[in-house]
Design a protein around this ligand. Structure first.
Ligand code: KG4
Ligand code: ZN
Length: 350
């Protein structure tokens, strides 16, 4: 195989059907993301509908990516697909498509962990987004703070104790009557609001916490979400909600982001590492980028993915697959998807 193999990546873990073609670790030749808008009607992803929509569109999405790349399917050297975590029915669509294609072409298939793929996303465009770094993975399903001394070696510093940060954005948006997904909606409406109008809690952030204590690096979003809900109810009773939506969005966003920034800065200081890499849908948040960049100061190096690489996409899947392929990982034919797939190489910091 040539030294810059062509990888076809597939991503179907949630509500985006995505395919991408990558040549070597950096050259994205084709990149298609089809977002399923059916879920907007329900204010959240409906698993069965997601799986059915993937089945309907996956072949079209792959064809569109091949066309964008100017490639034929028989030029693909490696197949890659997200094997988990995610919605099981949705995952199976992409993984089985890749499996069938790999088997037919007698080419290797590489399974990919969705969150590890998010961690690789920035490196597609930024040469210096390489370990060692502090990784902050923030999505609709996960909130993880990692120490990454090398690719493939991940030390879990902290994670959420309850809701993921993206999930909190989505639920708060729903109660405020905004659309789905909630993050971009909250960001948009918060621009007209005052972030100090309401003081929402910043959980697990007591100043007397010490490194080594269980919650030092962990996150919690369920209390913050409830605090917003209670405030909404009080305003509703006084018929004052309508005029307060922008202030509520801005105050919630400030609290959610402050927690991410504070915990990340704890890691920056303890590990004496100034390089921070963001991944996942919430990495698209301007508030997060701006506040983290300010906290890191001029010495800091902050890397975040371009919008098309922040949310779910298949280029990051192909990139992570290439890393594992170079280390000899190839899937057996009985490989299946797992909703709770463990993060490869992840260890909790003791
Ligand atoms: O990584 P992703 O596309 O899918 C998952 O793996 O979950 O992340 C989606 C999440 C959603 O919860 C969405 O509301 C959030 O990312 N998100 C944002 C922003 N853009 C997307 N959250 C805050 N601010 C944003 N600008
Ligand atoms: Zn994701």
């Amino acid at each position: 195989m040539n030294d810059r193999p062509i990888v076809l990546g597939l991503e179907t873990s949630c509500d985006e059907t995505a395919a991408a073609l990558l040549r070597g670790p950096e050259e994205v030749l084709g990149h298609i993301i089809l977002s399923q808008d059916i879920h907007e009607l329900y204010g959240g992803v409906v698993p069965e509908l997601a799986a059915r929509a993937h089945i309907r569109t996956v072949t079209e999405v792959v064809d569109a990516a091949l066309e964008e790349a100017g490639l034929e399917i028989d030029q693909v050297d490696l197949y890659a697909a997200t094997a988990g975590p995610g919605l099981i029915g949705a995952l199976l669509v992409g993984l089985n498509w890749a499996k069938g294609a790999a088997y037919a072409a007698q080419k290797p298939l590489i399974p990919v962990h969705h969150m590890e793929a998010h961690l690789f996303a920035v490196s597609l465009e930024e040469r210096d987004a390489e370990p060692p770094f502090i990784g902050l993975l923030v999505s609709g399903g996960h909130t993880m703070l990692l120490w990454v001394p090398e690719w493939g070696e991940y030390e879990l510093l902290g994670e959420t104790r309850d809701d993921a940060v993206g999930e909190a954005f989505d639920k708060v948006a729903q109660i405020l009557g905004l659309g789905y997904p909630g993050g971009p909606e909250i960001e948009r409406i918060a621009k007209a609001g005052d972030p100090t109008a309401f003081h929402f809690p910043r959980p697990l952030l007591a100043g007397n916490q010490r490194e080594g204590e269980p919650d030092y690096y962990d996150f919690s979003y369920s209390g913050l979400k409830t605090a917003v809900f209670n405030q909404v109810r009080r305003l509703e009773e006084r018929a004052e909600l309508e005029g307060a939506v922008a202030d509520l969005a801005a105050s919630f966003q400030a609290a959610a982001v402050d927690l991410l920034v504070a915990k990340t800065m704890r890691a920056v200081e303890s590990l004496d590492c100034q390089r921070v890499v963001l991944g996942g849908g919430v990495a698209a948040s301007r508030e997060l980028r701006t506040k983290l960049a300010a906290a890191l100061g001029p010495e800091g190096e902050l890397y975040y993915p371009a919008p098309r690489l922040a949310t779910d996409n298949a280029a990051m899947v192909a990139r992570a697959a290439l890393f594992h392929y170079d280390r000899g990982v190839v899937a057996p034919l009985d490989l299946t998807a797992r909703a709770d797939l463990p993060f490869p190489g992840l260890e909790r910091r003791s």
